[in-house]
Design a protein around this ligand. Structure first.
Ligand SMILES: *[C@@H]1O[C@H](CO)[C@@H](O)[C@H](O)[C@H]1NC(C)=O
Ligand SMILES: *[C@@H]1O[C@H](CO)[C@@H](O)[C@H](O)[C@H]1NC(C)=O
Ligand SMILES: [Zn+2]
Length: 502
């Protein structure tokens, strides 16, 4: 009795107190407190801003409010149409200057702008082109007329073809179109997910002949790091299949060559840009492979991680989840490391789908069962309460790639992105770009813009941005001492950013 009386008092006294003087109107102080409490749960909600940061935050709030009341709310517009307008935005310009930390979800084969591939790489000598029956292109560097291969019977030397055509600008633009999804009419060209994914896979194949030419690959990596660095990013983890590369005479290099080259280029880049921290690789294989092929790939990845402990960080499976095989389908292959007593951290793409309740929708839970270190996309995570709880408890960050999700047609108005739920409750999240060359972006500023203005809304503030940048280092694969060093470097950059802009 005593107990229940106490409970009754605890329950009823505050309520009585609210209605006491206010005729049923809730107490404004209580309301304020609840609002503050709720705000403290969002990404960055527990950070305390310095006076200088508060000043910048107030300015940021003002300019964001202006942008949100403009005639067209940009995150609600398809990125391909919004891009030129985003580039004029004051919020965006500030985001470009902001030290954003690390890019943790970028695919190596789409990290460099297609303009560079066409205007630089295809102008190199010995570059052949072929147009395929399905309206795509293939490129090949060769010191002699190439034999028919793939679906190509007629190879033309680009130099000769360009001389015949005359109009380089028009021709180059048509080549660029093969290497990107970017177009002025996204809704007309990509009516559904199937069409956009088909073009997506085609663009990868088209670019392959350029990127896998050994001398090009060196420049390509360097250029890719440069594009990130210019956008104030200091570290990157690339998903890569480590495709074999070839020389003019047809010599083929293996994955070891690829990793050595990657390491050399990264070292050179750091020599040239001492405040850049480095680049590492998550070995990725396509989910179209068979179980035995994935088994072999897992074993190989374990081996490569031993040989390149500073470069190879783990393993992932890529390709469209909806039409591909589930993680569970590959369970025998993915259990191999545990079975062999080896370590191979996973960084699975999971839940990049809106097909709720299907087998593929289970990928998120399965990724967690296989002890994934991060979740790529996790678009479906908000619909899986248990998986969400587990990922939070185990501190497994979601790699949020807003523009990718919009272009690949999971969501059109980014205010409706399910990550709005994750960000409002402070779920571990990092922002990334997925496939910059395909989506017409470089660096992370465009994705930060969409996440900050569209997904985060007006309540996302400077603390949100600070936490997102910190998260990118916190949830990276860097070992603890390097992480600490990275945080020191980042904080210096952040403080400089604040004092230059407040
Ligand atoms: C092509 O790229 C390479 C490496 O980045 C650079 O050295 C060269 O000057 C570029 N050439 C042209 C024509 O832009
Ligand atoms: C995942 O981690 C748990 C706990 O450390 C371990 O028991 C389990 O074997 C791991 N599973 C796999 C597939 O690696
Ligand atoms: Zn991806």
């Amino acid at each position: 009795m005593v107990v229940s009386l106490c409970l009754a008092l605890v329950t009823y006294v505050p309520l009585l107190w609210f209605v006491r003087e206010t005729d049923g109107m809730p107490d404004p102080n209580h309301r304020d407190r609840l609002m503050r409490q709720e705000a403290s749960r969002q990404t960055g909600g527990l950070l305390t801003l310095t006076a200088a940061e508060q000043k910048l935050d107030a300015y940021l709030h003002r300019i964001k409010e202006q942008e949100m009341s403009a005639a067209h709310f940009l995150p609600a517009v398809h990125f391909f149409k919004a891009k030129p307008l985003i580039e004029k935005s004051s919020v965006f310009k500030l985001l470009q200057k902001m030290p954003k930390g690390a890019a943790l979800h970028v695919h190596g084969s789409s990290m460099v702008s297609p303009e560079w591939l066409v205007k630089n790489v295809t102008y190199r000598p010995h570059c052949y082109i072929c147009f395929t029956w399905d309206n795509s292109v293939r490129f090949l560097f060769s010191d002699r007329q190439p034999f028919p291969r793939w679906d190509c019977f007629y190879w033309q030397l680009l130099e000769t073809l360009r001389a015949k055509i005359g109009d380089n600008t028009g021709f180059d633009n048509s080549l660029i179109q093969h290497l990107t999804l970017f177009t002025e009419d996204p809704d007309g060209e990509y009516p559904n997910q199937d069409v956009v994914w088909e073009k997506f896979e085609k663009a990868f194949i088209a670019a392959a002949g350029l990127i896998t030419h050994a001398p090009v690959l060196r420049d390509y990596f360097y250029r890719g790091l440069e594009e990130l660095y210019r956008d104030n990013i200091m570290y990157v983890e690339l998903r890569s299949g480590l495709s074999r590369t070839y020389e003019l005479d047809g010599t083929i290099h293996d994955k070891i060559w690829n990793l050595n080259t990657f390491q050399e280029v990264t070292k050179k880049f750091i020599r040239d840009h001492p405040d850049f921290l480095g680049a590492r690789i998550i070995i990725s294989v396509h989910r179209a492979l068979s179980v035995s092929e994935v088994k072999a790939a897992v074993k190989e990845a374990i081996q490569l991680k031993k040989e390149f402990p500073d470069v190879v960080v783990g393993f992932d499976m890529v390709g469209r989840e909806n039409s591909g095989r589930t993680l569970w389908y590959f369970k025998e292959a993915l259990s191999l490391p545990a079975e062999l007593g080896e370590t191979l951290p996973y960084y699975f793409h999971a839940g990049e789908t809106d097909d709720e309740g299907t087998d593929i929708d289970q990928n998120i839970l399965d990724a967690l069962l296989f002890n994934t270190t991060r979740i790529g996309h996790g678009y479906a995570l908000a619909h899986h309460p248990l998986a969400k709880e587990l990922s939070r408890k185990r501190n497994i960050a979601v790699e949020l790639c807003p523009i990718s999700n919009q272009v690949l047609k999971l969501v059109s108005d980014l205010r409706n992105h399910p990550a709005a739920v994750l960000m409002s409750e402070g779920h571990p999240v990092v922002i990334s770009s997925d496939d910059p060359s395909l989506f017409g972006t470089t660096g992370l500023s465009y994705d930060f813009y969409e996440a900050f203005v569209g997904i985060g809304g007006l309540k996302a503030n400077l603390a949100t941005l600070k936490e997102l940048a910190l998260n990118s280092i916190r949830y990276s694969s860097l070992p603890a001492p390097l992480k600490d060093a990275a945080l020191v470097t980042w904080r210096n950059k952040w403080n400089a950013f604040i004092s230059n802009n407040s």
